[in-house]
Design a protein around this ligand. Structure first.
Ligand code: PEP
Ligand code: MN
Length: 272
């Protein structure tokens, strides 16, 4: 198989040692397992605070939640916006968790970087090159999701944009790709985990929630991701999935399921 290797900074040839991203003592990459959990969307201060409490109690280290939501249709709930950033920052602080949130446009990078510890690039924006360039100088680690029809080479070139701007702290995220299968929302490409780790030194995070779109598949695919060598997981959890404000309730774990899963995962690999 011919690989273009047009990327350089993202390549393991260039940087043989695993990148370890240290965020206030939480080390991501290099054999540790980081778990990020929380709702698809930040909905209210009470919602995110209660979920943060549960995420912390489970043993996970990072609170996820979208304030800006990249919805397929323009009439769907688009997220609570800037106020959501503050709600999440406060919940993270109160419960001693790092936070991760999605940023969709270059104009919002600075404000997201002010309020969150990690910035997420969604699958639909993997090749938003202006956004990637801006993230090269944002001063925060970035979790870059694989485009839902992107090759490994395209993902690594997207990471290269961020690295080339001077930001060394990039995580790659496998979140499922589009295939002919309709039972699952996407097909979680487990082979991407070891393949990306061999091509690149960057930590690889798996997203079994968007990767399957089905709650009952999240636990087995989380464990499979860890068996495949994932450096971390990003998992949706909600206290009331049936009434969540995005359609992602169907893939969100209930709090007790999330708790038990994190406990099980901690027995498979050391939590950071
Ligand atoms: C999300 O994490 O809620 C999300 C929108 O993810 P993706 O970009 O993978 O669809
Ligand atoms: Mn979601």
């Amino acid at each position: 198989v011919k690989i273009s290797k047009s990327y350089k900074l993202a390549s393991r040839d260039f940087h043989p040692d695993d990148t370890v991203i240290d965020i206030r003592g939480v080390k991501i990459g290099g054999g540790n397992l980081v778990i990020m959990g929380g709702p698809c969307a930040v909905e209210s201060p009470e919602q995110i605070d209660e979920i943060a409490r549960l995420v912390k109690a489970s043993g996970a280290q990072v609170l996820r939640g979208g304030a800006f939501k990249p919805r397929t249709g323009p009439y769907s709930f688009q997220g609570v916006g800037v106020e959501g950033l503050t709600m999440m920052q406060e919940a993270g602080r109160r419960h001693g968790l790092l936070t991760i949130t999605e940023v969709m446009t270059p104009e919002y990078v600075d404000i997201c970087a002010e309020h969150a510890d990690i910035l997420q690039v969604g699958t639909r924006n993997m090749q938003n090159f202006d956004l990637l360039r801006k993230l090269g100088t944002c001063g925060r680690p970035v979790l870059l999701k694989r485009g839902f029809s992107a090759t490994y080479d395209e993902l690594l070139n997207a990471a290269e944009y961020i690295l080339a701007g001077g930001n060394k702290d990039v995580m790659l995220c496998e979140r499922g790709v589009r295939t002919f299968e309709t039972y699952t929302r996407n097909t979680l490409d487990l082979a991407a985990i070891p393949a990306l780790q061999s091509l690149s030194h960057l930590p690889v995070i798996s997203d079994p929630s968007h990767g399957t779109g089905r709650r009952e598949l999240v636990e087995p695919m989380s464990k499979a991701s860890v068996a495949a060598g994932a450096d971390g997981l990003i998992i949706e959890m909600h206290t009331d999935p049936d009434n969540s404000m995005t359609g992602d309730g169907v893939q969100s774990l209930f709090p007790d399921q999330f708790h038990n899963l994190v406990q099980d995962l901690g027995r498979l690999a050391p939590l950071v």
